[in-house]
Design a binder for this molecule. Sequence first.
Ligand SMILES: Cc1cc2nc3c(=O)[nH]c(=O)nc-3n(C[C@H](O)[C@H](O)[C@H](O)COP(=O)(O)OP(=O)(O)OC[C@H]3O[C@@H](n4cnc5c(N)ncnc54)[C@H](O)[C@@H]3O)c2cc1C
Length: 435
Amino acid sequence: MRASAPPVVSYALMGTPHVITSAEYLPADTADVVRTVRDSRDRSAPFTVCGGEQTEEYGLADQRAVLSLRKMNSVLDINLGRRTVRVQAGAKLSEIDRRLGAHGLGLPVVGDHRDITAGGFASVGGVSTASHRYGMFIDQIVDLEYVDPDGRIGTCGRGHHVERFHRILGAGGRAGIITALTLDVVDVDKDRTWLTTDADRFLDFDSFVEHATTEINHPGSAAMQVGRWIDTAAIKVARPVGTGQVSLGAVRFGQWSSLYPATPTRGLRARREVGTRTRKSLGAIASAAGGRAGMPVRNAAAGALMFAPKVLTMRDAEYLADTVISSSERGPAYRVGVFAPLANYGAVFYGLHDLFNRHRERTGCFTVISAMTYGVRSPYLRAEAAARGLSATDYGLITFTCRLRPSALPSDQLREIVSGIDEICRSEQALRYSV
Ligand SMILES: Cc1cc2nc3c(=O)[nH]c(=O)nc-3n(C[C@H](O)[C@H](O)[C@H](O)COP(=O)(O)OP(=O)(O)OC[C@H]3O[C@@H](n4cnc5c(N)ncnc54)[C@H](O)[C@@H]3O)c2cc1C
């Protein structure tokens, strides 16, 4: 969440990632960060901050110099008594979690791919399929160290300099560079915590939204929850023999998955083993189906793999998306995330769904339109809402990813879509999330 922004939706256009070759600063410690900030301020040469590798997908293609924290990646201290971990900002969440695992501890909220850093996640907010229980990543931050835009080191946290703490969190690097953080951890062995999935499948959008609304409002004892909806335009494929194309028709399909703790019997272990192998094989087939011609295969495999399997460990569940081809490999997409207040959840979901479908029907700009959704009960988000004069409440996160046809979205149409999303957010008191 970018705290300083107005309550409107942000958007992201994702392209094919490639490594950027502009100047890169790689500080080894906080003193290095201070020096870099002061030097660049003196030379009035601003830079962009990034957690790990710099890629176009992360919006760093503006040829500005980049300060990457990937060398500041240490786990500094695990405090077993307080149940906290102190890390440098460039530490990857997956690595922190691996180190915590040795003590039977884990991070309650992690991103769904293995390269996300603690500083990067803190700078965007951080949500996961466990957010209906634990809120956002930001809610787990006890305190942090930062370097401000003038090159001064400071600290702030839940208990001191609270205003500054809130200014830096979710600010996407604009309010200062986070250099170290202390995080709450929970007692959990992610490799030995087994989950089984209660899955409900839907062929129509109305039933899917109705079910998602109920589950987000009443998650019960689910350890994780997620709903996914996929809506393809009619797929046209070239005839294998002869000329012309065959239209395969549109596919509309949704699944709601609630994942509950289970005892790991031999049967469950065997099932998980088969499931893991199948996912890996499908992922490999999808990745091998290259070029534009392979796009339908990649989309189909990714779609099939993203729906939570019946049996898995908590670690499998957290990185499920990482076992399939990355989103960017499936071509350019338009992505938006919105926190919908629970009372207006259905209205926001319908509003966004109808908006994207209308644009697709009118101009054919999108191919596959997909949505992902789950509950978010976050003290940070409640405080954010209150600070903006909105009622403090719990939310359902709704993200839409719309695959673009190779001819990109013209800017006037993009503006129209963004203003449509803004309008939905204004009228339904929804908040944006930068995905
Ligand atoms: C494939 C994919 C999956 C994703 N899955 C999730 C998910 O499950 N949940 C979720 O919430 N988000 C998700 N995201 C979004 C992701 O959380 C953010 O992009 C995340 O911030 C990436 O972390 P990073 O360490 O790579 O940071 P970067 O992408 O490098 O940076 C993200 C932002 O934080 C700023 N920043 C980075 N480090 C610091 C720092 N130390 N101090 C101050 N500012 C800093 C950057 O300037 C930038 O504005 C996903 C993104 C992708 C591409």
